[in-house]
Design a protein around this ligand. Structure first.
Ligand SMILES: Nc1ncnc2c1ncn2[C@@H]1O[C@H](COP(=O)(O)OP(=O)(O)OP(=O)(O)O)[C@@H](O)[C@H]1O
Ligand SMILES: [Mg+2]
Length: 432
């Protein structure tokens, strides 16, 4: 019976040897003393051995870098009390090439079922880890790029929504300007009618006044009561003349009419009137320059805009201080251009004060029609909306520079009237 059993055992042994030898992994057996007792063919190739003898009998842990020793000792100890374990670590081949291994250690049992050696199966995972590492690097750089793209997108959205907000305000301001202009057209028809009547009425009153004066000139021929009543009549007629004149002034309406104007000349014409209207606490200064600032715009619109800006500046200064009006040139290149400011050359008119300045919310909303920070009766919130609409009609724009507590400069930029400028240069050349 015994030889038969031996034969069966031998068969089994051959079978298991065949399995171990055909494994692509490095399979080693380690005895209780921690020495390697066998290694398969794949193991020799993977560890770059010329023969298994190079490693058989050597202490298994000693082949590994010192930093892994503690972990390996624990794993071996565990195997000898029947507990399998796994780990991944680096160990160079015998020729010194760095390799990473996924190691599975399990107990091998004797005939009585006690662990008498440890079976160490090591798989070379160097390539896989390199691929993982490369993928991680690619992933990190993609993440970084994604963060940049997301930030840019976020910024883009913010810029877009700011631009949209500005476009909305521009549309509202322009609609207001058009509405006022449309209203002005209607008023103009009524105004002409009223002005005509007032004018004729005034003429008739002149006739009446002429007649009454002639009678009053011969007052020595009149009784006291007659003189008194004639005096009342004269006074009434004179009041009626004032009323007729007021009526004519009141109905004098205006429509947007573009004409060739020079900014400094327009402002110089109204500076005395403006200065007087702003009150004695305000010192209105006009920066004088020998340059010219020609544009095509509505003269009356410019006058009104300057008055509105000066009144805002006066209010921001509490009625006391300097307001400075200055002029300049401004170029907008393609990079700085947008749907609200076309590229080109502009002439500018600035009104600067050292008043309260504006906070962020006011700065953001100041062109909105009906936006005001003033108390009821003090402001309607239409001044700047009207200016904004007027500047759009003129093909220009408004720039605001403000600092809370330090003051504000509002700049109106009108397109340069190139023709006028060329004409002036040509005249100057001819004269010299
Ligand atoms: N120079 C300035 N300094 C500080 N704040 C200003 C200045 N100009 C305008 N503002 C602010 O902008 C708001 C809007 O101005 P806007 O001229 O449109 O209306 P308003 O002056 O309030 O009223 P209205 O001009 O219709 O009488 C003002 O209420 C004020 O808060
Ligand atoms: Mg105002």
């Amino acid at each position: 019976m015994l030889p038969q059993l031996d034969e069966a055992c031998m068969k089994n042994l051959d079978h298991y040897r065949y399995i171990v030898e055909s494994s692509p992994d490095c399979v080693q057996e380690v005895d209780v003393g921690g020495r390697i007792t066998s290694i398969n063919q794949s193991g020799c190739v993977l560890l770059q051995l010329d023969s298994p003898d190079e490693i058989i009998g050597r202490v298994w842990i000693a082949l590994w870098p010192k930093s892994s020793h503690h972990r390996l000792e624990l794993a071996l100890k565990a195997a000898f009390v029947g507990q399998p374990s796994q780990f991944t670590a680096m160990c160079p081949t015998l020729k010194g090439e760095e390799r990473w291994w996924f190691v599975a250690i399990s107990p091998a049992l004797d005939a009585e079922g006690r662990p008498d050696s440890a079976l160490v199966v090591s798989r070379d995972v160097t390539e896989r880890l390199r691929v993982d590492e490369a993928l991680e690097t690619i992933n990190q750089s993609l993440q970084a790029k994604l963060t940049v793209v997301n930030a840019a997108r976020e910024q883009g959205i913010q810029r877009e929504s700011m631009l949209q907000q500005r476009l909305d305000i521009a549309a509202a301001a322009q609609a207001l300007a058009e509405q006022l202009s449309h209203q002005a057209q209607k008023n103009e028809a009524i105004g002409q009618l009223v002005a005509g009547i007032a004018h004729d009425f005034n003429n008739m009153l002149q006739t009446i006044i002429g007649g009454l004066s002639a009678v009053l000139d011969q007052s020595d021929r009149l009784a006291h009561d007659q003189r008194r009543f004639l005096g009342y009549s004269m006074e009434g007629a004179r009041h009626a003349v004032i009323l007729a004149k007021r009526l004519m002034a009141f109905v004098r309406v205006h429509r947007f009419q573009s004409e060739a104007v020079e900014l400094q000349a327009v402002v110089t014409d109204i500076i005395d009137f403006a200065s007087h209207s702003l009150g004695s606490g305000i010192h209105l200064k006009l920066e004088d320059t020998c340059e010219r600032f020609p544009t095509l715009a509505d003269r009356h619109g410019i006058e009104q805009a300057v008055m509105n800006l000066c009144i805002n500046a006066r209010d921001a200064c509490g009625g006391q201080g300097d307001i400075v009006i200055s002029f300049g040139h401004l170029g907008v290149d393609e990079d700085g251009a947008s749907s609200l400011r076309e590229a080109g050359v502009y002439v500018t008119l600035s009104v600067a004060d050292r008043g309260t300045g504006m906070d962020a919310e006011t700065r953001e909303r100041l062109f909105e029609p009906y936006f005001t920070t003033k108390t009821a009766g003090q402001g309607t919130g239409l001044g700047l909306a009207q200016i904004y609409g007027f500047m759009r009609q003129s093909g220009g724009f408004v720039d605001v520079h403000t600092e809370l507590g330090a003051g504000t400069t509002m700049t109106l930029a009108f397109p340069l009237n190139v023709e006028r400028e060329l004409q002036r240069t040509a005249d100057a050349c001819l004269a010299s």
